[in-house]
Design a protein. Structure first.
Length: 411
């Protein structure tokens, strides 16, 4: 849109409709020539006279919505537009989408209390102590990343079947004793709260406008998994091709996941480094590259079970399969480090400030790391791990294979 056009008003609306709007929100709606919203939102607003006293043009959001937005707003250039959004438009909502499309300086946002704020008020939960996760158009498996004894979680779900789906996931993951509360139509005349436990959840689907409050409780024998790197090896399905727990923790410390960064995990094996990169920084992204199809499928299963289903798994042999992938911020090479051209291709893919971490356990792989260390600098470290194990009737130290690790930052 061109400079000087009227801003797009983005008005949050709750289940209480027009009655719940603030004076500022009512002015934004009443001053619009065009009102955009879902059918439910437009019905909640009711009949609103336009700025000239006549009816306001009403347009339902197209479906699919995102691809159609640029053309829709192009067609409305020069007109006063008000877009209706659920609750707080900037909290998992429409405001963020329009900010990316139009630019934040083109928006005038008038928030309504979010469903999360209303849920915390109804449940008596301090909002700053609650983990919030959106499973609207996102995999529900994400919930598994947040499971911890006593943790309070609010899950934004897509429809009336959401509470039952959350209950099933908790039971499958060993958290069946968790308490669930389905909070329907918050703030509206049909508001209702339904509570129970994940195991035995038998409530039929209710209103589609619902979110789920969870107080996490584990079943006997379920091991809670922390967000810090170094999960137990048996947390993963694997065939032996796994970066072991202690080496994995050291490796993740050197990879240093940061918000929004993209990792290439080349020769990903069971995907343990990818999984813990994403568990450590939920806004980060990852591409796991694995040449063996059965291992690639295993990576996807591990990622889903451990709460990071967003990982992209690419099946094929490096370096050829790396061509065309989005350039990484960070690269980890754990499998096939000695394969011709792999390290060179990964190093070339990094931009300034990018980091490469590579582990080797063979003499050939170690020689490759030494060559790149001499060429590019960085640090070279030998990691030796020993574990106590039975020796006859006594106990002794059993060494694991030493790991050589090269770390380098691209200038």
């Amino acid at each position: 849109m061109t400079h000087g056009e009227p801003p797009v008003a983005v008005v949050g609306i709750g289940a209480d409709g027009w009655d719940g709007l603030s004076p500022a929100a009512r002015r934004a709606v009443g001053g619009a020539e065009v009102l955009l919203g879902s059918r439910r939102q437009l019905e909640l607003i009711g009949a609103v006279p336009g700025p000239a006293g006549g009816p306001v043009e009403r347009i339902e959001w197209p479906s699919p919505m995102l691809p159609a937005l640029p053309g829709l707003f192009e067609s409305l250039r020069g007109r006063r537009v008000c877009a209706l959004a659920s609750g707080d438009p900037m909290f998992h909502g429409l405001g963020a989408t329009l900010g990316r499309l139009l630019g934040p300086d083109r928006l005038h946002v008038v928030p309504h209390p979010s469903s999360v704020a209303l849920a915390c008020a109804r449940l008596g939960w301090p909002a700053h102590e609650v983990a919030v996760l959106s499973a609207v158009a996102r995999p529900l498996d994400q919930v598994a990343r947040l499971l911890a004894p006593g943790r309070r979680v609010l899950v934004l779900v897509a429809d009336a079947g959401g509470p039952a789906a959350v209950a099933r996931l908790l039971v499958e993951r060993g958290w069946g004793p968790s308490t669930l509360t389905a909070l329907e139509q918050l703030g509206g005349p049909r508001e209702r709260l339904v509570a129970g436990h994940a195991e035995g959840w038998a409530h039929p689907p209710g209103e589609p406008l619902v979110l789920v409050g969870v107080v996490c409780r584990s079943a006997p024998g379920t091991v809670a998994l922390a967000g810090v790197p170094g999960l137990p090896d048996d947390a993963y399905e694997h065939d032996g091709q796994l970066t072991k727990r202690e080496v994995r923790a050291i490796t993740l410390a050197r990879l240093a996941p940061l918000p929004g960064q993209l990792l290439w995990d080349v020769g990903a094996g069971a995907g343990s480094v990818t999984v813990e990169w994403l568990r450590a920084e939920p806004t980060a992204r990852a591409i796991a590259v694995e040449r063996a199809p059965e291992r690639a499928a295993r990576i996807a299963r591990n990622a889903a079970r451990l709460g990071v289903p967003s990982v992209r798994v690419v099946t094929g042999a490096a370096p050829a399969v790396l061509d065309g992938l989005e350039p990484p911020d960070t690269v980890f090479v754990g499998g096939g480090v000695g394969a011709p051209g792999v390290l060179a291709a990964c190093w070339a893919a990094l931009g300034p400030g990018g980091r490469l971490v590579a582990n080797a356990v063979t003499l050939e792989g170690e020689a490759t790391l030494g060559e790149h260390y001499r060429r590019h600098g960085g640090s070279l470290t030998r990691i030796d791990i020993q574990r106590a194990a039975p020796v006859g009737g006594l106990t002794g130290w059993r060494p694991a294979m030493p790991v050589t690790q090269w770390v380098a930052d691209r200038c």
